[in-house]
Design a binder for this molecule. Sequence first.
Ligand SMILES: NC(=O)c1ccc[n+]([C@@H]2O[C@H](COP(=O)([O-])OP(=O)(O)OC[C@H]3O[C@@H](n4cnc5c(N)ncnc54)[C@H](O)[C@@H]3O)[C@@H](O)[C@H]2O)c1
Length: 266
Amino acid sequence: MTKNLLEGKKGIIFGALDENSIAWKVALKCKEEGATFTLTNAPVALRMGTIKKLAEACNAEVIPADVTLDADIEALFTKSMEVLGGKIDFVLHSVGMSPNVRKGKPYTDLSYEFFHKTLDISAMSLHRVLQCAKKLDAINEWGSVVTLTYIAAQRVFPDYGDMADAKALLESIVRSFGYHYGKDKKVRINSVSQSPTFTTAGSGVSGFDDFFGYADKMSPLGNAKAEDCANYCVSLFSDYTRMVTMQNLYHDGGFSSVGINAAALK
Ligand SMILES: NC(=O)c1ccc[n+]([C@@H]2O[C@H](COP(=O)([O-])OP(=O)(O)OC[C@H]3O[C@@H](n4cnc5c(N)ncnc54)[C@H](O)[C@@H]3O)[C@@H](O)[C@H]2O)c1
């Protein structure tokens, strides 16, 4: 069902670590729909992951950038515009990490040093990316920025720990920056609130199997897969969604609107 929805569009895709990453699927779909883009991840992730394989499949250059470093982000935008031959039309911010969750620290016994890192990597990084892009005037009018989030920003999922707070901040940045960037440059910013998905970040949350199964049973359509998420992101990068901005968009098979589903009680 390729439609060349992104023909002529240039992008930057953050966060493809391995084949399970949501960003990996988004990259493949963007390529299929005619886009050209650069891929980026933290230097350590580039060493551990398999991004080279994706870069070859997408004919994309890989540019290392740690999202907590201003200088890396600036170099990423500058180099991407050079490589792609012009300003950027879309950005996928698919980045998240909590050292507290990774180390199994419960929400009521957080390390604040880790908490800072969680917020820096998983939420402030979006602000950093947007601020840098705006200062460099690196994104074309009607350009589209999408970040990935989770419903733990609105409801309590106890094992999601401090990532819930990071997602709440992330979604707030989507609205606040979306206002300024929209008004000044007609750039759109949205978050996609995705179903639980088996990836490195997802499976790092304790009890993931259980809440994957629970969400799957609660959602009338079942959990949304990473491939479906990729299709949705492509639609948000395309010109068919030009007036959508500052939104948190649920991509969850209906989970967020269901109060009870008998299937989940069995
Ligand atoms: N998997 C799920 O269940 C699920 C559900 C909803 C939302 N999300 C969100 O989707 C996004 C992508 O996660 P994923 O599930 O594909 O897992 P993933 O582990 O494949 O992706 C997370 C990415 O963040 C990158 N990253 C971490 N620290 C970084 C840093 N300092 N600089 C640059 N990059 C850094 C990692 O290298 C990795 O590529 C995250 O924001 C996650 O919270 C995931």
